[in-house]
Design a protein around this ligand. Structure first.
Ligand code: FCB
Length: 473
C-alpha cells in the first residue's frame, strides 16, 4: 500500500504520531457479529442480535448480520488486508453461539476451528491476535433464561471463556473479557435500542453487576487455564463528562453522568467497591446492584491493562432550560446534555478529541499504574465511492489524526497509553443502524463483497509505517 503519491496524508502522518513511544502498538478492530455472517453455519445458533434484528423496526432497513461482510468465508483475504496495512495487531471478537451453541456445554469444534485458523493466519503474517470474548452476541437461550440481569449468565460466560482459552491459549496472549458493558446493560436492557431490546432500568443495573461478575469469574478462569502468563483486560466505552458551568447543579449533573457511565465500572474493577455516590443515585432511581458476598473481590481480579473505546464526550447541565422541575418526585435531580455546536460525524456524535486527552489523563491520575490501550476510535461519515470503489475520506483521516494527536498529548501529560486500534478495519453491520453507517478504513461493497482501502486506510498505514521507521523497526 503506497500513499506516497499524495503529500498531504504523509505530512499529517508524520505529525500525528509524533511523541508516541517506539513500542506503541497499532491495530485495527472488528467484532464477530458485525463482520462474520455465516449465521447458521457449522453449528452456530442464534444470538440475541439474530433475534433482535428480526424485530420489526429494531434495525434501520430491517437489516441483519446473516451475511455481513462474509468474513467467515473470506478470512484469509481479510487477514492479508490487515497485514497489508502494516499494523501490529488485530482486535476481533469470538462469537459465543458459534463456539458454544446455546451457551452451555462443550465447545463446538467446527466453530472453534474458525478462530483457530484465524489465529494461525494472523501469526503467520506477524499480526498479534487480540481477542475479545464478549462483543454483545449472547446466545439466545441464555437470554431466554434471564439474560445478563440473571446471575447465572455470569457463570455461563466464565465457562465459555475457558473453552476459548483451551482452544487458543497456546497462541494468544491478549485477552479482553467484555466489550463495553455499559452498552450491553444500558442500550440492551434500559434503552432497548440494542439486543435484547428490554426497557427496564432496575434490570439494566442488575445486568451491570452480572456483567462485571462474569468478567471477574472469567478473568480467574482464564488466568488459571492459560498455559503461559497472559495480558488480561476489559474494554470500557467512556468519554469526558464536562459540567456546563461551575454551578453546583451542573457539576453534579456531570458527576452523575460520569458515575453511571464510567465509575460504576472502573471503581469495582480497580478499587474493589462501587462508588457510594452512584449507589445513592441508583437508590433514588429505584435500582440496586445485586452484590453478594465475595463478588467485589472477584470483580477486582487484577488487570494487566484497560481497553478504552472513545468516540465523543458530552457537556452536562443540571439547570432546567424550559421550566422543568429541578428534581423528579423520587428526588432524582434534573439533568440534560448541552448541545455544543461542534462538527459531528454521520452518527451525529460531536467530534471532541480533547475529551480523549482529558479522559486518559484522568484515568492515569485516578487509577494509577494501569497501562491503557485505545481499543476503539474512529468515525462514520457519509462516504462517496468512486466507480472503482475508492473513497476520498479526508473527514475520517482528520478525525483519526486529531485523536491520535490527542493520545500523544495525554502521554505527554503523563498517561500510560500504549496502543491504538482504529475502529474499524472495514465497513460493517453497525448494530441498530444496519449497514447505513460506515466506520471502515476499508470500503465494503455489500453487493460484491469487494474490499477497497479508503484514503484513510492509506493514511493510517502510512502513519504506522513512518512511526515504525522512526523507531527503527
Ligand atoms: C462501539 C462498538 C463497536 C462499534 C462502534 C461504532 O460502541 O463497540 O462495535 O459499533 O461503537
Amino acid at each position: 500500500m503506497d500513499a506516497t503519491t499524495d503529500s498531504r496524508p504523509a505530512e499529517a502522518a508524520a505529525d500525528a504520531a509524533a511523541g508516541l513511544p517506539a513500542d506503541f502498538l497499532w491495530g485495527v478492530a472488528t467484532s464477530a457479529y458485525q463482520i462474520e455472517g455465516a449465521h447458521e453455519e457449522d453449528g452456530r445458533t442464534p444470538s440475541i442480535w439474530d433475534t433482535f434484528c428480526r424485530v420489526p423496526g429494531a434495525v434501520v432497513g430491517g437489516e441483519n448480520g446473516d451475511t455481513a461482510c462474509d468474513h467467515y468465508h473470506r478470512m484469509p483475504d481479510d487477514v492479508a488486508l490487515i497485514a497489508g496495512l502494516g499494523v501490529d495487531a488485530y482486535r476481533f471478537s469470538v462469537s459465543w453461539p458459534r463456539v458454544q451453541p446455546g451457551g452451555r456445554g462443550p465447545a463446538n469444534a467446527r466453530g472453534l476451528a474458525f478462530y483457530d485458523r484465524l489465529v494461525d493466519e494472523l501469526l503467520a503474517k506477524d499480526v498479534l491476535p487480540w481477542i475479545t470474548l464478549y462483543h454483545w452476541d449472547l446466545p439466545q437461550e441464555l437470554e431466554d433464561a434471564g439474560g445478563w440481569p440473571a446471575r447465572d449468565t455470569a457463570h455461563r460466560f466464565a465457562d465459555f471463556a475457558e473453552l476459548v482459552m483451551d482452544g487458543l491459549g497456546d497462541r494468544v496472549r491478549h485477552w479482553t473479557t467484555l466489550n463495553e458493558p455499559w452498552c450491553s446493560a444500558m442500550l440492551g436492557y434500559e434503552q432497548g435500542v440494542h439486543a435484547p431490546g428490554r426497557k427496564d432500568f432496575p434490570e439494566a443495573i442488575r445486568a451491570v453487576h452480572h456483567l462485571l461478575l462474569g468478567h471477574g469469574l472469567a478473568a480467574q478462569r482464564l488466568r488459571a487455564a492459560a498455559p503461559e502468563p497472559i495480558q488480561l483486560g476489559i474494554t470500557l466505552n467512556m468519554g469526558t463528562a464536562y459540567p456546563a458551568s461551575d454551578r453546583a447543579a451542573d457539576r453534579d449533573a456531570a458527576r452523575r453522568a460520569d458515575g453511571l457511565g464510567a465509575r460504576i465500572y472502573l471503581d469495582p474493577l480497580l478499587r474493589g467497591r462501587y462508588p457510594a455516590d452512584v449507589v445513592a443515585d441508583l437508590a433514588l432511581a429505584g435500582a440496586e446492584l445485586p452484590v453478594q458476598d465475595g463478588d467485589l473481590e472477584l470483580i477486582a481480579e487484577p488487570l494487566d491493562l484497560l481497553g478504552v473505546n472513545y468516540y465523543s464526550s458530552h457537556v452536562f447541565s443540571g439547570t432546567p432550560e424550559h421550566g422543568e422541575p429541578e428534581a423528579a418526585p423520587t428526588g432524582e435531580p434534573f439533568s440534560r446534555i448541552v448541545p455544543q455546536q461542534l462538527p459531528v460525524t454521520a452518527m451525529g456524535w460531536d467530534i471532541i478529541p480533547r475529551g480523549l486527552t482529558d479522559l486518559l489523563v484522568r484515568l492515569g491520575r485516578d487509577y494509577p499504574g494501569l497501562p491503557l490501550y485505545i481499543t476503539e476510535n474512529g468515525a462514520a461519515f457519509d462516504d462517496t465511492a468512486a466507480p472503482d470503489g475508492t473513497v476520498e475520506d479526508a473527514d475520517r483521516t482528520a478525525y483519526l489524526a486529531d485523536h491520535i494527536r490527542a493520545v500523544a498529548a495525554a502521554r505527554t501529560a503523563g498517561a500510560d497509553v500504549r496502543g491504538y486500534f482504529a475502529w474499524s478495519l472495514m465497513d460493517n453491520f453497525e448494530w441498530a443502524y444496519g449497514y447505513d453507517k460506515r466506520f471502515g478504513l476499508v470500503r465494503v461493497d455489500y453487493d460484491t463483497q469487494r474490499r477497497t482501502p479508503k484514503r484513510s486506510a492509506l493514511w493510517f498505514s502510512d502513519t504506522v509505517r513512518r512511526h515504525r521507521e522512526q523507531r527503527g523497526g
